[in-house]
Design a protein around this ligand. Structure first.
Ligand code: AMP
Length: 483
């Protein structure tokens, strides 16, 4: 079977969405095989902290991807094939035990962890045999797990990670004694993760009795309201995006969240803007959790005006006073676009979303307008104030000004009065600007000057090399025609 370049790339993109939040590659690959394309909000909030070893108290309902969240933490932190279990997941029902074991088995396709479901109401002998063969993770109901421990079949002395899933239901079903018995059978120094749909009092009690300074996470439905957001786009080529961005930062002085498509681009832009003394910070999934938390805290405060981020790192970000969202790189799907711009215009405030759009991306503006049913107006880069200099200079972006065939127009100060005809002028330019003859297109000969089409790849040679040449004693001048 052959894999095309673009197909291969999209698989890598999907995997990198997961590795960006710290999920090891062999687990990310299994997620891709399961058809998952990006982490859910609970996965984005829980996985990085969990992988760093923090205890966690998470409010999340079924359907949020919580099994994938704690599953990645467990698989990412315990050894495989050790035979004596290193992790145990307690769940309220037999169905859930099977479901969790099934999902973990799929997630460990490339890590080779073995997960066994252990639950009551089914023959105990079969489960005993399987336990005796050894496993890495037990997903079980409290009553049957306790039974197995009492019989000396299940050894919990090497448990390093414990998950209480649907803790509120387990307590409502009267499992507290079994849970406490099981907790005492395992080392007290362990990593504990608790998931619950509600935060009722007895759940909190359990959390604080059995966890060490747990991090609290709550995942609510993140509804985006676009009504308060004015949407704009600026037509700008790749080479001039940082110039346009600095103009906006200098003149509009926004509290801005800036989205780039890749971690690499976030790093490059961070370095460029910091070198120019802008008060900015950056966030993406390769940074350790403590640094991300510090960056977010700084951005929420006064000291930092601009945060540069990737999509995954900024997911769910809820900061009331972001005035601008800037799509430094335009996203190519509507969900990402809506999610990004929804970081502004919150809590009843007005927000502005500005997207930088290259000539190849123009179609996305139309598409997003249709999908949101709202206008995305064209606007220009703000004018510089009289007498002020740009921090980053605008350059000619031949990609942006070329036509669909990649041709750009130049005005050259040679024409009929210098004795040129189309062919002789083409020859002169080819020789002096070191062009390939296929790089030259239409020529309109004028009296004193002519318009010449040249392929964008040779734009620099037209303005640099050709202007070094002379015709007789006349200095050659070249002007790029931008409309
Ligand atoms: P849970 O909240 O764990 O019950 O998960 C709900 C469903 O979402 C399950 O069918 C999971 O397999 C699926 N799921 C979990 N994480 C993802 C993801 N990142 N992308 C797509 N589906 C997912």
């Amino acid at each position: 079977m052959s894999v095309t370049g673009s197909c291969f790339r999209s698989v890598i993109d999907m995997i990198s969405n997961f590795t960006e939040i710290g999920i090891p590659e062999d687990i990310a690959k299994a997620m891709d095989d399961m058809g998952w394309s990006e982490p859910t909000p609970i996965q984005v909030s829980a996985v990085p902290m969990g992988l760093e070893g923090f205890d966690m108290f998470a409010q999340a309902q079924t359907g949020t991807g919580k099994t994938g969240a704690y599953g990645s933490i467990v698989l990412g932190t315990i050894p495989a094939q050790k035979k004596v279990p290193s992790a145990i997941i307690l769940v309220p029902t037999r169905e859930l035990a099977n479901q969790v074991a099934g999902e973990l088995t799929k997630l460990s396709k490339y890590t080779n962890h073995v997960t066994l479901p252990i639950y009551g109401g089914a023959s105990i002998e079969g489960q005993i045999k399987k336990l005796q063969k050894g496993c890495d993770i037990v997903a079980g109901t409290p009553g049957r797990v306790r039974d197995m421990v009492t019989r000396g079949i299940l050894n919990l002395t090497e448990i390093t990670t414990m998950v209480l899933d649907e803790a509120d239901r387990m307590l409502d079903m009267g499992f507290i004694e079994d849970i406490e018995y099981i907790l005492k059978a395992m080392p007290s120094k362990r990593h504990t993760l608790l998931f619950s749909a509600t935060m009722q009092e007895n759940v909190k009690q359990l959390a604080y009795d059995y966890m060490t300074m747990p991090k609290e996470i709550s995942v609510s439905q993140d509804e985006v309201v676009l009504d308060n957001i004015k949407q704009y786009y600026i037509s700008v080529g790749r080479r001039n995006k940082s110039w346009a961005l600095c103009r906006i930062l200098d003149i509009d002085k926004p509290k801005a969240l800036i989205f780039c498509q890749t971690k690499k681009m976030v790093d490059v832009l961070e370095e460029r803007l910091k070198a120019l003394d802008y008060k900015i910070e950056a966030i993406h999934g390769d940074m350790p959790q403590f640094k991300r938390e510090r960056v977010l805290k700084d951005f929420k405060g006064e000291g930092v005006d601009v945060l540069i981020a990737t999509d995954v790192a900024a997911r769910g970000l809820d900061i009331d006073d972001i005035t601008y969202v800037i799509n430094y790189d335009m996203p190519d799907d509507i969900d990402t676009y809506i999610h990004r711009i929804g970081r502004t215009g919150r809590a009843g405030k007005e927000g502005i979303a500005v997207s930088f759009v290259t000539s190849e991306e123009k179609h996305l503006v139309k598409e997003f307008e249709m999908r949101t049913g709202m206008d995305i107006q064209k606007r220009d880069v703000p004018e510089a104030e009289e007498g002020t200099k740009d921090t980053i200079r605008k350059v000619v972006d031949y990609d942006q000004i070329s036509d669909v065939f990649g041709m750009c127009k130049f005005e050259v100060n040679l024409g009929k009065n210098d004795g040129f005809k189309k062919v002789s002028l083409a020859d002169f330019i080819i020789r002096n600007a070191r062009l390939r003859d296929v790089a030259i297109g239409k020529i309109q000969i004028g009296d004193d000057s002519s318009i010449v089409e040249v392929h964008k790849d040779f734009g620099n040679r037209m303005t640099m090399d050709l202007t070094k040449a002379k015709f007789k004693s006349k200095k050659i001048m070249v002007r790029v025609i931008q409309d």
